[in-house]
Design a binder for this molecule. Structure first.
Ligand SMILES: [Zn+2]
Length: 280
């Protein structure tokens, strides 16, 4: 019993029980299912959705605190509740805000990623994190955690790329990434159909309409980033598929790991360069 257990493993692609020295998985055809990198610890990043989501929220809160203390001054009560606890714009620029200004004058293309982790006020942070907390479980359920984070990352990049092309000079916030989750949910609802699909489409469609109405009424909202994020989310849903039509595979998990590693490296780079510019 123990001997056969030691010689068997789960296929890293389809999770079928296979022999450790199999050269091709008999269930899904994956080559060298025993190779170390296909079984590496990084792929375990996506085993605990609740922990992952709390980590993502914690990362946003931590960067918000850093942006407040990097250049103190925005810590007091502003003119409106929207301005309460607003980081200094110079601090946001140092930490990786995006737009035509950082990209064209500072050549910070990586800010297309980092800007999703910065927020303009306490209320901005709370709005985005509540939306993330509400939407992410549905996307994790229907797409799996690896694809959820890929959609989130690509949606932020897509939204800020569109807003850059539209000439927005300076912008930040998780809402482009959150809008990508909305886009992916809309695509899922429409593509799946049936009474559940229709229900998802209608409920999330209400969110989408609410965000656009809010964006038209409240000045200073980056509607290009919202629209671009949503479009990117729909495109991701179409290209990557969801659990019911394409179960999570090794390729989805590898792409998700690339998004996590890329994001962390960019945020560390942003943080290190901000500290160097600010204090040295
Ligand atoms: Zn397999």
């Amino acid at each position: 019993m123990t001997v056969s257990h030691k010689k068997s493993q789960l296929c890293p692609n389809c999770r079928g029980l296979i022999s450790r020295n199999e050269s091709i998985c008999p269930y899904c055809g994956l080559k060298n299912p025993g190779s170390w990198w296909k079984n590496s610890g990084l792929l375990r990043l996506f085993l605990d959705p609740e922990l992952f989501l709390n980590g993502l929220i914690g990362l946003n809160v931590a960067l918000f605190v850093v942006s407040l203390i990097m250049i103190p001054g925005g810590m007091g009560m502003g003119m409106s509740p929207f301005g309460f606890l607003s980081p200094d714009n110079r601090s946001l620029l140092l930490l990786g805000a995006t737009g035509t200004m950082p990209i064209e004058t500072l050549h910070r293309w990586w800010s297309l990623v980092s800007a999703s982790y910065l927020h303009g006020s306490l209320l901005h942070l709370i709005f985005n994190l509540i939306a993330l907390r509400q939407l992410a479980p549905l996307i994790i359920q229907e797409y799996g955690l690896a694809r959820m984070f890929s959609i989130y990352t690509l949606g932020g990049i897509g939204g800020f790329l569109l807003s850059y092309l539209a000439g927005v000079p300076f912008t930040i916030g998780a809402s482009a990434a959150v809008c990508a989750l909305i886009g992916a949910a809309l695509y899922y609802g429409k593509s799946r159909g049936g009474s559940y699909g229709r229900q998802v489409f209608q409920q999330i469609g209400g969110w989408a309409i609410g965000i656009f109405v809010f964006g038209l009424l409240v000045p200073g909202i980056n509607n290009w980033a919202h629209g671009g994020g949503m479009a990117a989310g729909i495109l991701c849903g179409l290209l990557m598929g969801y659990q019911e039509n394409r179960r999570e595979m090794l390729s989805h998990r590898l792409f998700g790991v690339a998004c996590v590693v890329g994001t962390i490296l960019i945020l560390l780079w942003a943080l290190a360069s901000a500290v160097i510019y600010r204090f040295f």
